[in-house]
Design a binder for this molecule. Structure first.
Ligand SMILES: Nc1nc2c(c(=O)[nH]1)N[C@H]1C(S)=C(S)[C@@H](COP(=O)(O)O)O[C@H]1N2
Ligand SMILES: [Mo]
Length: 406
């Protein structure tokens, strides 16, 4: 048998310094072993994400997709962006998990176990587009503070759960109710248990829509922990921050919910356009509701090389918040002319729609393929950055990819 060889004293003392605590049985560690505290967590393995996902921050975790990773019609977990405001809750026991409905405007405060929710109310499945309000922030100038999302903070998964409306009505909604707010189990980065990392909500009519659900499944499986296991509020078409992960309480409010990140510049934009960099008074800021019309080219990947004379088949998705996309176009001449793409109807309301087109290029050279969606109110995506706002929300500029005909 090979003799165990123990760690060298010098290595042990450097580990001790790095951990800044005595490693009590440190002298018994095997040579070549790294204490867990010093092993880098592998986020790709930890969250089962594609290795091409881009890590913007690890405290808290913020990870985005690249356009080509979003090619599936229904986004798999491996390509779903992660946006945490605080620390992921640990030790979740679905047997003891409860959801409480309370607030000024609840008739009877009620608490449900997960099995109550699952057995008492009808189950519904919807594909729902969730886009972070800050998706595209990286393009704003002057720059906006916050995660520098490019294009990948959006996903459309299939969510199964019960209607929030059915649960709220079971508890009873008083006639003075105007808003709902969620409270969740994740903890504030400071560790202060009195502070919530985020507690947002939506006006009652949005909460009562058919597609607003309390989900316990994502893509037909239990929701991955990082995406809100065991229970998540899903409100498609609105900033994804409304879709509270790890939800434990929904308050029916008699006023606009005033939880963390409902006020100031958080998820609010100037009610009227302002000049870039301008200071905006608090009372001139409005809460973001439905997200604007937008699209993404998911195939090919930017940088594609295409042989001359060969048509290029592009595809991608388009969405328009509460509205539907009625027209999809592409341009290969920087927007001078546009050609219609085919675009499918959504599987259900608030699901993204799939578009495709076959493009012929006149000759060899460098091109950009730009995509532009138009919604039912005839609003089209701007070609370049839309209105500047202090926190860099709602960038719905046209997505474009570079291709070379060789
Ligand atoms: N409890 C809780 N819910 C949350 C968040 C959070 O930090 N905590 N982040 C919100 C924000 S800002 C976004 S964009 C989405 C991200 O969802 P995802 O991580 O499942 O992609 O979750 C929302 N729900
Ligand atoms: Mo977000």
């Amino acid at each position: 048998m090979r003799r165990r060889s123990f760690i060298k004293k010098t290595v042990l003392s450097s580990f001790t310094a790095l951990i800044s605590a005595e490693i009590v049985f440190g002298s018994k560690m095997l040579d070549g072993y790294t204490p867990l505290a010093l092993q880098d967590p592998d986020p790709f393995k930890m969250f089962s994400k594609n290795k091409e996902m881009i890590i913007l921050n690890d405290k808290p975790w913020n990870i985005e997709a690249q356009a080509h990773l979003l090619d599936d019609k229904i986004t798999p977990n491996s390509s779903m962006f992660i946006r945490n405001n605080g620390t992921t809750p640990e030790e979740i026991n679905p047997e003891t998990w409860t959801l409480t409905i309370d607030g000024e405007s609840v008739k009877n405060k009620k608490t449900y176990t997960l099995s109550d929710l699952k057995s008492k109310f009808k189950h519904h499945t919807y594909q729902l587009t969730l886009e972070c309000g800050g998706n595209g922030r990286s393009e704003f100038d002057p720059p906006a503070k916050g995660n520098q999302w490019t294009i990948g903070a959006v996903h459309c998964a299939s969510w199964t759960g019960v209607r929030l409306r059915d649960v709220l009505e079971d508890a009873g909604i008083k006639s003075n109710a105007v808003y709902i707010g969620y409270h969740s189990k994740d903890t504030h980065l400071s560790g202060d248990p009195k502070k919530e990392p985020i507690s947002r909500g939506c006006p009652l009519p949005k909460a009562l829509q058919d597609e607003t659900i309390l989900a316990f499944q994502m893509n037909n499986e239990a929701i991955p922990l990082i995406h809100g296991y065991p229970l998540r509020l899903i409100a498609g078409g609105w900033p994804a921050s409304v879709s509270g992960k790890w939800v434990q309480k929904i308050s029916i409010r008699n006023k606009v919910h005033d939880g963390t990140k409902m006020t100031g510049t958080a998820y609010r934009v100037p009610c009227n356009p302002v000049a870039p960099g301008e200071k905006v008074k608090d009372e001139d800021m409005c809460i973001i509701e439905s997200m604007p019309v937008k699209s993404i080219i998911t195939y090919p990947k930017t940088g594609a090389l295409i042989n001359e004379g060969k048509a290029l088949n592009i595809r991608g998705h388009a969405w328009a918040g509460e509205l539907e996309v009625v027209k999809m176009e592409y341009s290969i001449d920087f927007g001078a002319t546009w050609t219609i793409c085919s675009v499918e109807k959504p599987t259900n309301r608030l699901a993204w729609q799939h578009f495709s087109a076959s493009i012929n290029f006149p000759k060899k050279g460098y091109y950009e393929v730009w995509a532009r969606a138009t919604d039912t109110q005839n609003t089209a995506q701007p070609m370049l950055l839309p209105g500047w706002n202090p926190k860099g929300y709602l960038n719905n500029a046209c997505h474009r990819i570079a291709v070379k005909i060789i």
